[in-house]
Every structure is written in structure tokens, then in C-alpha cells.
Design a protein around this ligand. Structure first.
Ligand code: PHE
Length: 349
């Protein structure tokens, strides 16, 4: 029996060294030390051996069992560590490789246009003022000289939130907010979204305007013209001319609509010019001298005198459509396209 045990043990140690996988090692363990393993099978014959031989055989069996167990443990540690090494090298990440380009967003063409306008106006000393898009009837209408029954209210199709709250229909709503909170001399532009119930190729229910307001002693219509001419040249090129046509807005007197000469055909009307349709001119804004009524509505000081005394100060205001300008600059044929979120269009800017 001792020889058998020696043979099993020697073979088992060889088998253990020969394994290269953890599950193969476990199979060796079961086949030798398991309940039905080779060692147990031999020891079943222990009963038929003599009383002096039995302890010797038992001692040899235990010795082999210990040796085999030690060998199993050592081999297991070896296999586990080489498995770990293999995994570490196969899963190694080369951090020196160039990474994939992240998808970068860009500023919307309207934001770009507003920022560009902010920059141009800031060079003339204008500050940026803002007001809420959900606005009271007072600031949107009353404060710009359009009382409840004023027919000019029909000029703008209004979204009403409640009878006294609207989505502002123009950035002129910020004029009175600026007048009521700031002292003169005043030079602000108010960029922002405005809303009108309108929807076609050149109108969107939400669009953007940049309002301008300049109030000081002695501000004249010629100052308005000078500022607008500067802006037009900055936006559309140094050859650009402007023209003012008389128009009506309740909050200015006199009022004007302002055209710029077509930058495409350089103001030399050709019936084929697709930008100005052959007229040579492009309408871009409304403007005028601030109506004295607005100065009165701006309130009084504690001594009873006007904060903006219509006899002391004068000013001009203008409001331009940002989409209109972006469409002209980039030849975008349909205003609605700018708000459909199609990245193929937006990526071009
Ligand atoms: N608020 C006018 C509009 O939306 C534009 C405008 C602003 C006209 C300031 C005159 C002065 O049509």
C-alpha cells in the first residue's frame, strides 16, 4: 500500500506542476484528495491491513496529503498571479494615444449676432440692460405711450398671459425700466427675445430685437442718424449707406423706418438681386426721437421735479430685428430654419 501511496503522491505532484489553469488544478485536487479520489480509494483498504502496519500507512498517507495540499496551494497562488498579470497586460490602456475628438457645440447664429451687436454698441459707450420676457401690460404698452384703447396696439399680435401680463412684443418694454431705474445721461441697448402671434417665412412667434436708447442734453435726430450709420457700416461693410423714411411709433416723435443700402448689389438696384429684390434697400429697424410723454412717465424726484425733464433732456430710441440682420448677413432664406435645431444648418456658423 505504501508503494501505491508513493506512486499516487508522486504522480499528483507532477500533475499539479503541469496544470496551467485554475479549474484544471481543482480537478487534480478532486481526483486525488476528493471523497472518491485516488488517495481515499487506497485508504479504503486500510481495514484489511495488520495492526502494526496501519499507523505507518496512516502516517505516510497524511504526509502525502499534506505535501499535496501544500503543492496545490502554491500552484494556486502562482496561477492566480499569472492570471492577474495576463489580465493587467491585456487590459492595459495606452494613455499616450490621442483621444477621440469630443463633439463641440457652438454659439447659435442669433447669439453670435447679438454678441457682435453688443460689441459694436459698447464701442459707442452703450451699456447692456435687460428686462423680463413675461412683462406687464404697463411696461409693454402703457409706458411706451400705448394706453388700453390705443389703435397702435393692433400693430403687434400679442400673447396674453392674463389681462395685465403679456409676453413682451418688443424690447421697447425695457425703455421705461431703464428710464425709471437709471439717471441720465443714459446710453443703453437692450437685446432679448420678444413674442408675437405670427408665423411664416419671415416671422416667428419668438424672435429677437436689440433696442437702443440714448438720452442726454441736446440729443438730436442727426445723432440718431450718425449712430445708425456707424452701426450699419460696422455690420454690413464700410460702403453701406442708410436712409430714413418717416414712420409712426407711439413712443417716438418723429419716427422713422431705417433702410440700409443692399450690401449684395451695393445699392445699385438690379432687378436680379436676390437679397434686396432689386430695390437697392433693406429695411432693418424702427427709430425716432423719444416722445416727451415717456420722460414724464419716468417719474419725479422728491422735490417734485421730473427725473427726466422733457425741457432739459432729449433722446432717441431704435429697435432692430436680430433675425432679420442675421438672415441678411448669412443669406438664410427662411427665418423659421434658425429655430428648428437642425445641426446641419447651425454648424455652418
Ligand atoms: N418697438 C418697435 C417695434 O418693435 C421698434 C422701435 C423701437 C421703433 C424704438 C422706434 C423706436 O416695431
Amino acid at each position: 500500500m505504501i508503494e501505491k501511496l508513493e506512486a499516487i503522491g508522486t504522480q499528483a505532484l507532477k500533475d499539479i506542476q503541469a496544470t496551467s489553469q485554475l479549474d484544471a488544478l481543482e480537478n487534480v485536487r478532486i481526483s486525488v484528495l476528493g471523497k472518491k479520489g485516488a488517495l481515499s480509494e487506497v485508504l479504503k483498504g486500510l481495514g484489511s491491513t495488520s495492526a502494526e502496519e496501519r499507523p505507518k500507512i496512516g502516517a505516510v498517507a497524511n504526509e502525502w496529503k499534506r505535501k499535496i495540499e501544500d503543492a496545490l496551494t502554491d500552484r494556486k497562488t502562482q496561477l492566480e498571479s499569472s492570471a492577474l498579470q495576463a489580465r493587467l497586460s491585456s487590459e492595459k490602456i495606452d494613455i499616450t494615444l490621442p483621444s477621440r475628438m469630443p463633439h463641440r457645440g457652438s454659439l447659435h447664429v442669433i447669439t453670435q449676432t447679438i454678441r457682435r451687436m453688443n460689441q459694436i454698441f459698447s464701442r459707442l459707450g452703450f451699456d447692456v440692460a435687460t428686462g423680463p420676457e413675461v412683462e406687464t401690460d404697463f411696461f409693454n404698452f402703457e409706458a411706451v405711450n400705448m394706453p388700453k384703447d390705443h389703435p397702435a396696439r393692433d400693430m403687434q399680435d400679442t400673447f396674453f398671459i392674463s389681462p395685465s401680463v403679456v409676453l413682451r412684443t418688443h424690447t421697447s418694454a425695457v425703455q421705461m425700466r431703464a428710464l425709471q431705474t437709471k439717471e441720465w445721461p443714459l446710453r443703453v441697448i437692450c437685446p432679448g427675445a420678444v413674442y408675437r402671434s405670427d408665423h411664416d417665412a419671415t416671422h416667428s412667434p419668438m424672435f429677437h430685437q436689440v433696442e437702443g436708447l440714448w438720452v442726454d442734453r441736446n440729443v438730436k435726430m442727426s445723432d440718431l442718424k450718425g449712430v445708425l450709420e456707424f452701426i450699419a457700416k460696422e455690420l454690413f461693410g464700410s460702403q453701406t449707406k442708410i436712409r430714413l423714411r418717416p414712420s409712426y411709433f407711439p413712443f417716438v416723435e418723429p419716427g422713422a423706418e431705417v433702410d440700409v443700402s443692399c450690401f449684395n448689389c451695393k445699392g445699385k438696384p438690379q432687378s436680379s438681386c436676390r437679397v434686396c429684390k432689386g430695390s437697392g434697400w433693406l429695411e432693418i429697424l424702427g427709430a425716432g426721437m423719444v416722445h416727451p410723454r415717456l420722460f414724464e412717465l419716468a417719474g419725479k424726484k422728491s422735490d417734485g421735479s421730473y427725473r427726466y425733464d422733457p425741457n432739459e433732456v432729449s433722446g432717441f430710441a431704435f429697435g432692430m430685428g436680430v433675425e432679420r440682420i442675421a438672415m441678411l448677413l448669412h443669406e438664410i432664406p427662411d427665418l423659421r430654419k434658425m429655430f428648428e435645431g437642425d445641426s446641419r444648418l447651425l454648424q455652418q456658423f
